[in-house]
Design a protein. Structure first.
Length: 144
């Protein structure tokens, strides 16, 4: 009797992916817990500067200048007081074109935001809805 000894069939080695996934998840969790994120607590702003292709010419315009100290002037006439009502009165006196008048706000770069908002509120109360902002070109700002 002849015995044939069979060799067991060679099994292909298997890579167990579940263990790799477990290890990668542990590493991912570790990195998420130990990573520090930078927080920006302060923003450095320098306003206003803009590049305009061409300046528009408005025939019915009122130029409101806002100084860094919070003083206002409408068409180069100083406004007495800092209240919205004082600015409304000056706008109504200077707005010859009625509702079609364009309000151009020319605010100093260091003017308070509240001063600009006061001019916008005064224009709304006066019924002047067309508002734009005057800026200087970036080339002129760099020269200063």
């Amino acid at each position: 009797m002849r015995l044939h000894l069979r060799r067991p069939a060679r099994e292909e080695p298997e890579i167990n992916l579940i263990a790799f996934i477990d290890v990668l998840l542990v590493i991912l969790i570790f990195l998420m817990l130990t990573t520090t994120y930078s927080k920006f607590t302060e923003m450095q702003l320098r306003l206003p500067v803009a590049d305009a292709d061409a300046q528009r010419d408005y025939p019915k315009e009122v130029i409101v200048a806002v100084g860094s100290d919070g003083n206002y002037s409408v068409n180069r006439t100083p406004v007495e007081g800092h209240s919205v009502e004082a600015v409304v009165a000056a706008l109504l006196q200077s707005a010859k074109g009625g509702k079609d008048t364009v309000v151009i706000i020319s605010a100093d770069a260091s003017a308070r935001h509240q001063s600009v908002v006061t001019v916008m509120e005064a224009a709304r109360r006066a019924g002047l809805t067309q508002i734009t902002f005057a800026t200087q070109s970036s080339a002129r700002a760099g020269a200063r």
